[in-house]
Design a binder for this molecule. Sequence first.
Ligand code: XIL
Length: 370
Amino acid sequence: MHVLPRRSLLAACLSAGVMPSGARAESDVGASALNARARRKGLFFGSAVSDEHLKGDPALLARVDAEAGIVVGEASFKWADLHPEADRYDYGRADALLAWANARRIRVRGHTLVWHEGNPDWLEPSLNAANAEKLLTGHIKNVATHFAGKLQHWDVVNEVLQPDDNQPLALRQTLWLKALGPAYIDIAFHATKAADPSALRVINEFGTDYAMPWQERRRVALLALLADLLRRGVPVQAVGLQAHLDAGETTLDQKVLSRFIAEIAGMGLKIIVTELDVRDQRLPANVASRDTAVADHARAWLDAVLPNPAVLGVLSWGLSDRRSWLNDKFARADKLAQRALPLDVDLNRKKLWFAIAGAIDAAPARPTSS
Ligand code: XIL
């Protein structure tokens, strides 16, 4: 919990004349910033922060400080970063983000304990059916114990579904599924709970946003997996919807989306929008029309999701177009940078920022603050 409300903190800094370098005055961004608006509704807003920004972009960090109530490391909590060699853990980058956030009373979420990507080179070749459970629980125990009590959420497993792989429960064929079968998910959730009972345990997933058939299969698969996990007493508590949206996609159906959210909520689970961004590589270059399309698209998606009281908050996968993974993974043919995030490269608010603010303002207030 925030010990001191962010507004008071900024006010205290102002009156003491010690604004953090690059930070804007409260009248400029503080009171109207996304997390301030979200808090008024019992929600939170936050953003991913990359290590490169943490080390070298104080202007961007000042804006994260102003807009975000929670941050997540873009890479610093992934296995490759934390556990680079079989017998060595490296908490340097993750601890640096935690220290930065703690100094500003910003919360931190952990992403992610188990994933088929972001792993160190040593892991897969050394994994076999005999040692896999020990390796998995060893990593989770070490990492979740290191951060115990300091993280708001843990993405315990990330992107476990891939219906096209034709595996049980539509699970993705991964190093862990091969070694342990579907039980790897159970093992991961139990191990996380044992090491850090206080972080909300999340199953994080992508590709459930649109009405098209392959995403419908993923929604059905996720609901079935959740029912199965809960029936077996696996301590999953929330679903993370990555929300890597595509402004060129025409199959956004708010009814389908809100029904899906309601089904998750009906199982007693919370929902977090974990990685919001809006790619635009299918749109023409014109900046004004791209920005409008991106904003309208995000607003339509958020308007279907935020009204459900099980939704706790929203994080974007970066705050500014200065850096987005989309420019690597979904590069535009014309090589222009994607305009996927709330602030532009000069850290000015874009239409997407106003769309997120508008969706938050339109959401019903939650009975209790998250
Ligand atoms: C991405 C990061 O943004 C990149 O910098 C990194 O190289 C690869 O991972 N879904 C996820 C995130 O769960 O961890 C991914 O982050 C983006 C897609």
